[in-house]
Structure formats: structure tokens, C-alpha cells
Design a protein around this ligand. Structure first.
Ligand SMILES: [Zn+2]
Ligand SMILES: [Zn+2]
Length: 405
């Protein structure tokens, strides 16, 4: 009995090439079947149909069916990932996917559902040792000078700092002056404990804010002297307000006179006691912890989290065209038409990861947002680095790094 039955398979590429016309054949189980013919005869196209690799190329028209164990694998309802787990293809020349060496090695394991970092690390080490490049790669990496941090600023500590001065323990910051503990910020002055903010001065404990003298606010722009406000724009002197524009002297969205406001605010602050100055509690966060940016830097890796994501993915609407399933989090995502044109123009495969996982992978290429006191491996000058003391790579201070280049 045939393991694979091909019935009247025809396929035409969108450039007009008719690659297969009415092909019918049977392939037996536990037998070697040879397919031969001239170059350009459609052999590869036929093989690529067997695990639906042609889904990723521009096909104008196709017809017929391919039965594997009696199931028509060309049916759009077929789980392509499950199919490719069963039907593999070994190319004449190895083709690494446009990802890092590590990602190429762990691709298959991730596809099979392996999510434990220890297992994936083990596989990378084992494969590189088997191909005799482990020691070379490791030694090369450790002996090359690394700059202590991506810091092109004056008197700053942190990582990814540019055109800034006197910013302490800050990350992803540009054009800022005299700040402390700010993350993902631009054009900040005399501010502390803020993230994703910009064009601001004297703001404290704010996220996604711009303006002047705001404290503990979220998503407030072009505003000043706001306390505990959310989504307020072009406002001044407000406390605990949400969604206001062009307002002044409001408390909990209620209008007061300047005199009343100035009398009430010190009383409210006094009643808040030790909560004053603390950001909104996480219980009232508008999004779940799973979707929170904290996962970029401190990824939760428990099974519970993965389960929840899979359940969430089920509520996404069923969109058949270009629907992909992320190999890391199993969430469905779409490749929209414009993306498809881009990938095909540049002859790139579709990404196996959803946009969120791709973003997290990119973030993971960076060192964690933790700072260590180390010494330059060349001159011994103390540096504040994102490379841990236990990391054996060579760390150079700015001067030694520039000289070594
Ligand atoms: Zn994902
Ligand atoms: Zn040095």
C-alpha cells in the first residue's frame, strides 16, 4: 500500500512557469524512491509540495491532492507545523535560516515544544562541540575586547546611552542631562525613576510622560504640576485626574478654584502618608503582567505562563490567509500582504516567531539591565559594566577600547 499518493498534481508559479502538470504517483513505505529528470523539470517543486514548503513561494495556481496515510495534506485546514514534523526535507546544500547560529540550532527543538533554556543551551553546546567549532567560537568571543557598556555619553553609568551627561544607572537614553534611573527616555532633564518618557524636566516616577514637574503620572503629555494623573494632556495643577485636556486645578476630575486646590492638595498628600510618591499599584494596571514590558527584561518562564498564552491565543479570530503560529509562544499572528511582498522581494522566509517574540529575542541580544563594578582588563581603571564579574570576556574602558580598534 502506498504511504504517499499523489493524484493529478499541477502547479504553476506566479511568473507563469508551469512546474507540474497532472502528476500522479505512489510512494511505498520503507522503500527508497528515486526521482530523476533534467534540471528545472519540477523535481524540487514536487518534493516541496510534500511538506507544503511551496506555501512560502509565489504560487499562482495549483490543483490535485497529496494523500499521506490517507489524509490530503494540501487541505488548508491541515496543521502545517505538525506535517513538517513528520515530513522533512534535506537540501543539497545546507541553508541556514536568517537567524543567529544559536537560533538555527534550537529551531527544531523549539518547533517540537522544548522551552527549557537549560535544554536549549545544552543542545547548542553539544552541536558546536560536535562540529568542532565550540572552543574556537568560545575562545574567540572571550579574547576579543568588549566595550564595558554601549555608552557614548559624559559621566553616565548604564547601557545604551548617547549624547547625555550625568545620568546615573540609566538605560536606552539619549539627549538627557542630570538624571537618575531613567529607562528608554529622550531629552530629559533633572528627572528620576521614569521610563518611556521624553521632552520633560523635573518629573519623578512617571511613565510615558512629557512636561514639567509631574509626579507619579502615566501617559500625560504637555502638562505640568500633575500628580497621579493618567492620560491628561495640556493640563496644569491636577491631582488624580483621568482623560482631561486643557484643564487647571482639578482633583479627581472635579474643578476647584486655585485657592481651594492649594488648600486641599497638602491635606491629600498628608493623608496618603507613606504611599505618597509611590507609583500606581500594579493591581490597577490596564494590561496583564503577561503583556507587560517587564517580560522583556525578566522573562517569566513557568509552565503556567505558557499555558495562559496558549489559551489567550485561542480567542484570536480565525483568519485563514497567511496565518502563522509562533514556534516559541504558540500565539497566532498574521503576515499581512505588504509583509509578504517584502519577504518575497528579498527572498526571505517568513519569520517563525510572532512580533512580540521577535522583539524579545532582539532585547535578549543585549546584556541584562544590571550593572557591575569591574576593572578595565587592559589598564585596570574601574568601570561600571553590564558584563558580570563572573563573565570571562575582556572588558576595556573607553580609552583602551578606542585604542584597540
Ligand atoms: Zn511568540
Ligand atoms: Zn583601560
Amino acid at each position: 500500500m502506498n504511504k504517499i499518493t499523489i493524484e493529478s498534481l499541477s502547479l504553476q508559479y506566479s511568473d507563469g512557469t508551469e512546474s507540474l502538470r497532472d502528476v500522479s504517483m505512489g510512494i511505498h513505505q520503507n522503500a527508497v524512491t528515486v526521482l530523476f529528470g533534467p534540471a528545472g523539470g519540477g523535481k524540487s517543486t514536487l518534493l516541496r509540495c510534500l511538506n507544503r514548503l511551496n506555501d512560502l513561494t509565489e504560487v499562482k495556481a495549483s490543483s490535485g491532492q497529496i494523500l499521506i496515510d490517507g489524509e490530503n495534506i494540501l487541505d488548508p485546514k491541515v496543521d502545517v507545523i505538525a506535517l513538517r514534523r513528520k515530513v522533512g526535507m534535506v537540501f543539497a546544500r545546507p541553508v541556514p535560516l536568517p537567524m543567529s547560529i544559536r537560533e538555527n540550532i534550537i529551531y527544531g527543538l523549539e518547533l517540537a515544544g522544548e522551552k527549557r533554556k537549560s535544554k536549549l543551551d545544552e543542545a547548542v553546546e553539544r552541536s558546536l562541540k560536535l562540529s568542532a567549532v565550540w572552543d574556537e567560537v568560545k575562545e574567540f568571543w572571550q579574547t576579543q575586547p568588549h566595550k564595558y557598556a554601549a555608552n557614548v555619553s559624559l559621566n553616565c553609568t548604564g547601557d545604551f546611552l548617547a549624547n547625555s551627561k550625568n545620568c546615573e544607572e540609566s538605560f536606552n537614553v539619549v539627549y538627557s542631562l542630570d538624571c537618575k534611573y531613567i529607562y528608554d527616555c529622550v531629552d530629559m532633564k533633572d528627572s528620576q525613576d521614569c521610563n518611556i518618557s521624553g521632552h520633560a524636566e523635573l518629573i519623578y516616577n512617571c511613565q510615558s510622560c512629557s512636561g514639567f514637574m509631574n509626579i507619579c503620572c502615566s501617559f500625560c503629555a504637555h502638562s505640568s504640576n500633575l500628580y497621579y494623573c493618567d492620560h491628561c494632556f495640556n493640563c496644569t495643577n491636577c491631582f488624580g485626574c483621568v482623560g482631561l485636556t486643557h484643564q487647571n486645578y482639578c482633583i479627581y476630575n472635579k474643578q476647584y478654584s486655585q485657592e481651594e486646590y492649594e488648600k486641599l492638595i497638602p491635606r491629600i498628600i498628608d493623608q496618603m502618608k507613606s504611599n505618597w510618591g509611590e507609583f500606581f499599584p500594579s493591581e490597577i494596571a490596564p494590561i496583564s503582567e503577561l503583556d507587560c514590558v517587564i517580560n522583556d527584561f525578566f522573562p517569566a518562564s513557568t509552565d503556567k505562563r505558557i499555558d495562559t498564552i496558549v489559551k489567550e491565543a485561542k480567542v484570536y479570530p480565525e483568519v485563514v490567509d497567511n496565518k502563522m503560529q509562533c514556534i516559541a509562544c504558540n500565539k497566532d499572528f498574521l503576515i499581512i500582504k505588504q509583509e509578504q511582498v517584502f519577504y518575497q522581494t528579498h527572498q526571505l522566509p517568513f519569520p517563525p516567531l510572532c512580533p512580540t517574540c521577535r522583539h524579545r529575542r532582539r532585547i535578549q541580544q543585549r546584556n541584562p539591565r544590571i550593572l557591575y563594578s569591574r576593572k578595565c582588563n587592559k589598564c585596570g581603571q574601574p568601570v561600571t559594566s553590564t558584563f558580570a564579574e563572573s563573565n570571562p570576556v575582556q572588558i576595556y574602558c573607553e580609552k583602551c577600547y578606542q585604542e584597540a580598534r
